[in-house]
Design a protein around this ligand. Structure first.
Ligand code: UDP
Ligand code: MG
Length: 226
């Protein structure tokens, strides 16, 4: 089999998983500046592709998102690979307009880079496909949250998010997909001792602090500079 697109010695990939509304996007945004990560949300990339003029996948993506189903892995993996390519080639800039900034440029030279990939992989085939063909991921940050809390957050977000899946009917379907399809991915990485778990039910700042501690410990264990 062909080698992955990115070498894991140069490109660090951390997957951020947790149920819908667990706080993945919020927490990733709060971590990028400290560590010089580029944050890629699989859901955001899919929504951007859905809205792109001329995309042949627009309707398919829209249907899957509304039903809380997982879009075929080829599409999501291609979007992630493109976004990673663009960030590595430009020294830490994204198409969405983010730049890791001058203090982190040393982590983004000579083909190097570091990514937080949020909301992916949420199905076994994606996990295996990405690790084998794009980049071998280092570890998973898993955010724990009860369905009750997640439901409350998503309904609140739904008042302003404009997202087609932040309504009670879609949320129930997303919870089901999470339990049946995405938790096996977390268990797969747990068996390999590659999951860092944090309780994300507390307030945002406390969760960020807990993640930072867990992240620093993990970096130390891996011999990776934070
Ligand atoms: N999605 C998908 N594959 C992925 C990630 C997301 O098909 O790898 C779709 C899926 O339908 C999911 C929706 O995008 O329910 C929204 O994902 P997002 O990560 O934005 O939701 P969150 O978990 O952050 O609430
Ligand atoms: Mg999200």
């Amino acid at each position: 089999m062909a080698a992955p697109t990115f070498e894991s010695e140069k490109v660090l990939v951390i997957f951020v998983l947790g149920g819908p509304g667990a706080g993945k996007g919020t927490q990733c945004e709060r971590l990028v500046s400290q560590y010089g990560f580029v944050h890629l949300s699989a859901g955001d990339l899919l929504r951007a592709e859905q809205n792109r003029q001329g995309s042949q996948y627009g309707q398919l993506i829209a249907d899957h998102i509304k039903e809380g189903k997982i879009v075929p892995q080829e599409i999501t993996i291609a979007l992630l690979r493109n976004a990673m390519d663009q960030a590595v080639a430009s020294g830490g800039k994204t198409l969405a307009g983010h730049d890791v900034g001058p203090e982190h440029k040393d982590k983004w030279t000579g083909g190097k880079g570091r990514f937080l990939i949020d909301g992916f992989p949420r199905k076994m085939d994606q996990a295996v496909g990405f690790d084998e063909t794009v980049c071998n991921s280092r570890f998973v940050l898993f955010l724990h949250c009860s369905e009750e809390v997640m439901l409350g957050r998503l309904l609140e977000r739904g008042k302003t998010s404009g997202r087609a899946d932040d309504n009670e009917e879609s949320i129930k379907k997303r919870f089901r997909t999470f339990v049946e399809t995405s938790m096996p991915v977390v268990d797969y990485y747990r068996k390999q001792d590659r999951v860092v778990e944090v309780d994300s039910q507390q307030d945002v700042a406390k969760v960020t602090e807990d993640i930072r501690k867990a992240m620093d410990q993990t970096f130390a264990k891996l011999g990776q500079a934070a």
